[in-house]
Design a protein around this ligand. Structure first.
Ligand code: PLP
Length: 369
């Protein structure tokens, strides 16, 4: 457990809104949040120029951005983002989960997209100062939270192709309810064979908007096949599981082993949920394998029962059971199609830490308010 670092947040000047959402209206919005549609009263912001570096740290009223139509991001997509949550504990305090890991990943993404790196202090300071200002927006309902979306983009007015000399970094916040409003329900997955998400040397390990843009058409193909999400295979061989459009994937074997694709090729996003699950599994004495997972092995394992569960993981949904795996020429049920025991136990273990119901033995929680 780390304590509040006041230093970083005090670097941010507060420009308070004169028109906050009235309390009764906010209460109504918090009672029925829809993901990514409602935003808090403020946003955090830091600007960068190649000459002056990061400057003008501030929290300002949430609102539209002024941008020139020739802003580089609108043409060449030089953009990265992060996603994390602020959780309200029973005593009213507000916490984030491993935000230092998000700060480090944003820096890695920035390097890959030729954007300037933001310091950990600025990352943590932006989150702390925004959440303190908008603390009333952190819901206290079961499994609800304030979703935080830090992002950075090339704001320079210039159509030339090079890394921008002017960049903006912002954090916006959106209250979210339980991902599974009516109980955890397994999702169905379409395995894409005509499209890939990432290739060796590409941007697969960076959290950038471009990866998501490329995943939208395959996602539509998944919908067309009656599936909710798409799973990508590696582009080098087209045979091995990589990950979903926005979640990592795990396979649970009936003999207790658990496997997840290894991250050596730079084509898989290094999920913080993934890394936390690996830690919890290893501590629980499980055999954990980070390795190549051929689709053929998964298909055979689902048919002969040696694979009992498959799940996806990421900040938004924590752990999501996968109940059906389909693709060109196959359509398989995972177990009996319901949420698996290993998946659900891990999910509870992780959310208990995040909501302060279990001891934080790893120092993963950072107090914001
Ligand atoms: C964000 C993301 C994940 C999950 O990462 P978490 O840190 O666990 O939220 C997985 N895959 C992709 C492609 C992502 O963008």
């Amino acid at each position: 457990m780390s304590t509040i670092s006041t230093d970083a947040a005090t670097q941010f000047t507060i420009h308070r809104t004169s028109t906050p959402v009235p309390e009764a209206e906010r209460a109504a919005l918090l009672a029925a949040p829809r993901f990514g549609t409602v935003f808090t009263d403020h946003m955090a912001r830091v600007s960068w120029t190649s000459a002056g570096g990061w400057q003008d740290r501030r929290v300002e009223p949430y609102g539209p951005l002024q941008m020139d139509p020739a802003a580089a991001v609108l043409h060449y997509g030089q953009e990265i983002f992060e996603g994390l949550k602020a959780y309200r504990h029973a005593d009213g305090s507000i916490w984030s989960f491993r935000p230092e890991a998000n700060a480090a990943r944003l820096r890695r993404s920035a390097r890959r997209l030729a954007l300037p790196e933001l310091s950990d202090d600025d990352f943590l300071g932006s989150i702390e100062s925004l959440v303190r200002e908008d603390a009333a927006w952190v819901p206290d309902f079961e499994e609800s939270s304030l979703y935080l979306r830090p992002f950075m983009f090339a704001s320079e007015t210039f159509l030339g192709v090079r890394s921008a000399l002017e960049v903006e970094y912002l954090v916006i916040a959106s209250p979210v309810g339980p991902y599974f409003a009516s109980g955890v329900k397994p999702v169905s997955i379409w395995v894409a064979t005509d499209f890939h998400r990432a290739g060796p040397g590409g941007t697969g390990a960076a959290k950038c908007g471009g990866n998501y843009a490329a995943s939208l058409l395959p996602q539509q193909v998944a919908y067309d096949h009656g599936c909710e999400q798409v799973c990508f295979l590696d582009s080098a061989t087209g045979q091995n599981l990589e990950e979903l459009g926005g979640m990592n994937v795990f396979v649970v074997f009936a003999d207790g082993r658990i496997a997840t694709p290894e991250q050596t090729s730079g084509t898989i996003l290094e999920g913080i949920t993934r890394s936390s699950v690996l830690t919890l599994l290893a501590e629980g004495g499980r055999t954990v394998e980070e390795r190549t997972i051929p689709l053929a092995e998964v298909q055979a394992g689902l048919v002969d029962g040696s694979i009992s569960e498959v799940f996806a993981c990421g900040t938004a949904a924590v752990l999501t059971p996968i109940g059906r795996l389909a693709g060109e020429g196959f359509d398989l049920t995972v177990g009996d199609g319901s949420a698996g025991a290993v998946t659900m136990a891990l999910r509870t273990q992780l959310t208990d830490i995040q909501y302060g119901r279990a001891a934080d033995r790893h120092g993963w929680m950072r107090r914001l308010v």
